[in-house]
Design a protein. Structure first.
Length: 257
């Protein structure tokens, strides 16, 4: 039994390496069997490599294809290209595949287009900006003075709401009730960031505003949004494309720490 087992284990090597090896008349059928087996495995391996190569080519093409859509910045004006495609000397960067925008495959939902986290208060930019006529910098006052766009504290919100004449609508508003609760307790409102940038990216709001970049070019038509969502990936290729079009430096140290 032991001898038979050793022959069975070593037989693929023996029969394929030494085709003339005599083995009591069973060498030929065994050699044929193992030859067919290895040929089959080779076909499977070649097929798997072909499929993998096809998937890689598809992803490369997908990454280098700009989005067909755009975001209208205003009626009668051109559109802001929100393509997440990579424009790096005509080559696609593997970290910028569009498929990474879909958080079904990668664990970064906060960097995906369409990301709209649930907020502690249902604040409507459409109401405050489009209907009531507030400017972006009325609340986000620091964009011209700081790298960061400040989120207003409750004092700023209550500065207006304390002066408003209450109506049935405002008295019943759950959002205003929550605002007053946070204000009375002295607790900050735990707003959830919509436009989250990686730690290794250095973005300066002040420099971009001073250079004439409008808010909607990165954030989209927020004045038309009841719920703010991310309209672009804000990935490297997207930023570099804008820098090149404006003739701005694309040196690594400009944006990366």
């Amino acid at each position: 039994m032991v001898i038979f087992f050793k022959i069975w284990v070593l037989s693929p090597y023996l029969f394929l390496t030494f085709p003339s090896l005599p083995c009591f008349g069973i060498a030929k059928p065994l050699r044929s069997y193992y030859t067919n087996m290895f040929m089959g495995l080779r076909k499977v391996a070649v097929s798997a490599l072909a499929v993998a190569a096809g998937v890689l080519v598809y992803l490369l093409l997908l990454a280098d294809t700009p989005s067909k859509g755009g975001l209208a910045v205003a009626e009668g004006t051109s559109t802001v290209d929100l393509s997440a495609g990579v424009y790096n000397a005509g080559k696609a960067a593997p970290w910028d595949f569009k498929i990474t925008d879909h958080y079904k495959y990668f664990n970064f939902p906060e960097r995906a287009e369409g990301y709209a986290p649930k907020q502690p208060i249902n604040f409507s930019h459409k109401l405050h900006v489009s209907t009531l006529g507030l400017e972006c910098q009325f609340c986000h006052w620091s964009v011209t003075k700081s790298p960061f766009a400040a989120i207003p504290e409750e004092d700023v919100c209550m500065g207006c709401h304390n002066l408003l004449i209450e109506t049935d609508r405002t008295r019943k508003s759950e959002g205003i009730k929550k605002l007053k609760e946070y204000y009375s307790k002295g607790e900050p409102i735990p707003w959830q960031k919509v436009h989250v940038m990686p730690d290794y990216v250095r973005f300066n709001h002040k420099r971009h505003i001073k250079a004439g970049v409008a808010c909607h070019e990165c954030h989209g038509q927020v004045p038309q949004m009841d719920v703010v969502q991310r309209v672009s990936s804000m990935k490297m290729g997207w930023c570099v494309k804008c820098h090149r079009e404006r003739g701005t430096s694309i040196d690594c140290a400009v944006c990366h720490k």
